[in-house]
Every structure is written in structure tokens, then in C-alpha cells.
Design a protein around this ligand. Sequence first.
Ligand code: AVJ
Ligand code: FE
Length: 429
Amino acid sequence: MTFTSIHACRKSIRQKMEKCRMGTLMLIEGIDETRFYRQAHSDFSPVGWHLGHIAFTEAYWILERYAGLKPLFPEYHRLFAADGLPKCDRQKLPSLAEIQDYLDIVRTQVFDYLEIAPLDHQERLWRWLVQHESQHTETIAFILQLHHLSTQGNTLCQTGRTPRSFILTESFVPQGDQTPDKGQMIEIPAGEFEMGSDEIDAMDNERPCDRVFLDTYWIDRYPVTCQQYRAFIEAGGYQNHNWWSVEGWKWLQDNPVAYPLYWSDEPFWDNHPVYGVSWYEAEAYANFVGKRLPSEAEWEKAASWDVQKGCRHIYPWGDTEPTSYSCNHDNTVGHTTPVNAYPQGKSASGCYDMLGNVWEWTATWFDGYKGFVSYPYRGYSQAYFDGEHRVLRGGSWTTRPWGMRCSFRNWYYPSVRQILAGFRCATDG
Ligand code: AVJ
Ligand code: FE
């Protein structure tokens, strides 16, 4: 890097880190003690832990590993490292003020070091840190939704805001059920596409970019809506094992539910995507409409590949960073939006909402691509290549801009409903 470009690089990293932190702190502004210290669900740590972990991760990678400094707060290592305490033992935390101090003290020293950091070798890690914080901020948003759910009861607008209506410019025709209706599906012609990414922001699990051949398939233009999902509920979907896989039916018997975790019968939400469903519920719905879940390759090709031009895009709409016109993300709306609300965010193939609104379950088990190399540590991705996690794509209305791109891969156990995940369906050509 030249002197000017390294200077520009420092400045841009600093700005991203500041902007990212602002969003994190905005989310927890005015948080009460219960929500700060208590687990909302056994699979999730308390909000306070995530904040400490964000500071710890920055201190560990930048101050200890790069700057060679002694740990500032050695006692925080065990508490805030991901491989420290089990989730249920993360409730005895320092106070909110102490954790905020921790964040600030670390941040000041990190910015001091940034001025002299050899970014030629370190840029990837600095940018990884912004994404790391972004992901924990999203997890905090999931946890806040769960707290709302347990205190306010079940409504789709969990943020405490009045839901906003959208003036829609494109019509939306909900599809029928039972017969695979290709009317609202898009045909993706057979051929190769470029899957994954080698860009500097790409996580280890997105690399390396590779050409992948797919046969012709069809994919839903929109994520499955509440109205469509209601047909499944009303047809006795949760009572009829015919639609469920053996695994899925077993999950349902162990977790007797009859509608998504986040659900409302109000017509207002009819054209919003369904969310708060486990992978098994998504699979059962797909069977019900005679379809299946897309593989992650099918999802990514529909999101990123321009068949006409024969090239991939970082985002469905092209290569420019997301704005409030391209998709519902970054907590700006505060809830889901109708699935046709963002015509400007369409992919080249014509799919809506590929990024933002709700995460989308895919049929694929999380694994490394051919040529995978762990970065920055084995526990980031590789520890989850266990054949027990399903890949999700796309991002939700709480995803920060730094985690939004067509190649981004998320992963959770198929039983998890506590994330903002819905799905769309696919069929063979
Ligand atoms: C990609 C969201 C599944 O939160 O477990 C954060 C991201 N990894 N710190 C998670 C992550 C390490 C990860 N997910
Ligand atoms: Fe982490």
C-alpha cells in the first residue's frame, strides 16, 4: 500500500468501527437490568455478555495479538471468550457501566494502535472485527425480540414501535397451495455461476470463489408470506405428519407448537414474510405446497448471478452498498416489510427480498467449500462443520450493513426458531 492509500484505509476502518459501535449502543440504549443480565432463552447468552465479548474480541486480536500488550483485564478472558464459560454461567456479569467502560477503554487503545498498525498485513482482520461486532449486535437484536415476546405477548411488531405501512408500487399475487404453482416462481436456466467470494470482507466460509454448475430450477420470487403460511396452519399442517420428515415430526412432538414463534393473525401482516420458524417447519411447509427448500447454491445463484451478462454481483441489485431503498435492514424499519416493498432491491433474475427482511433457511448443511482455510481461528466456522447446522442466507431487518451480501453464510441448528428466519421454496426444472 502507498502512503496515501494506507492513510485512507486507516480512516475508512476507523469510520466503519465508529458507525458500527454507534448502532450497537443505540440498540441497548435505556436497557433495563433484566434484559441486560438475564438469558432470554437457554441457547442465547445475556445481552451484557455479548457487549463484553465484543470488547474482549477487539482487545484480544488488536491489543494482545497485534500490539503485543498485556491483557487489560485478565479476569475478563474466561468470562468473555467464546470458549470460556457455558452460556448458562454468563449471567454473573460486571455492571452495565463497567462493561461500557471496558468497551471504551479498549476502543481508545485500539484507535491509538490503528495509527501505527501495518495495515498491509492486517486489513482483513480489522474488517473482520467490524463484521464480528455486527453479528453480535444482530444476536443482541434477536435477544431483545425474545424479551419482548415474553413480556408483551405475541405480536409481529416486537420493537415497541407502531408498525409502518408501506406504499407499494408493485402488485403481489399470493400463490395457491397444494399444487406447485410456478406463477410466482422464477426459472433459473441451467449453467455455471460463481459461488462464494474472495473479496477482503469475505469470511473464511465464503472462500474460495468457485464456478458451480446447476441444472435448471425454479425459485420463489418472494419469501413465503404469513398469508401463505396461514393456509398451512389452517389445513392442519401442524397436526398432519404427512408433510413432515421423520426428523421434523420428532422435533414437533418434542416441541409441540402450532404456529411460528413470531406470529399474528392480523391481516396487516398478510404480505409480510413469515418468520420465527425452525428449519423443520420450513421443510414441512415446502412439502405442503409440493415444493422443497432451495440448496444454498440455488439461493446464491438466484440472488447474485446475472445470466445475461454472465457475471456475479455482490448484492442482488448490483455492486453498490445497501441503502434504505434497496432492502429492509439495519433496524431502520424495526419490523418486517411486505415482500414486494423493495423493487429496487430485486436480483437480476427477478427475486425480491434476497437480502434483508428475514433470513432464509436453505436445504444445505453448513460445511467448508473446497479449499477452505480457517480464519481467523478454527472456532469461527470450522467448529460448526459438524453436519448439524443448516445454512441460512440473506440477512434480516436487524442485520447491519457489514453482514449483508449474496455470498454471506449464516448457520444454526435446524431446531432454532429464535432467530429472524423465514424461507422461500424451490422446485426442479
Ligand atoms: C454466524 C451468527 C452463527 O453468533 O455464533 C460470532 C457468528 N462467531 N462470534 C454466532 C460469530 C463468533 C456466529 N453466527
Ligand atoms: Fe464472537
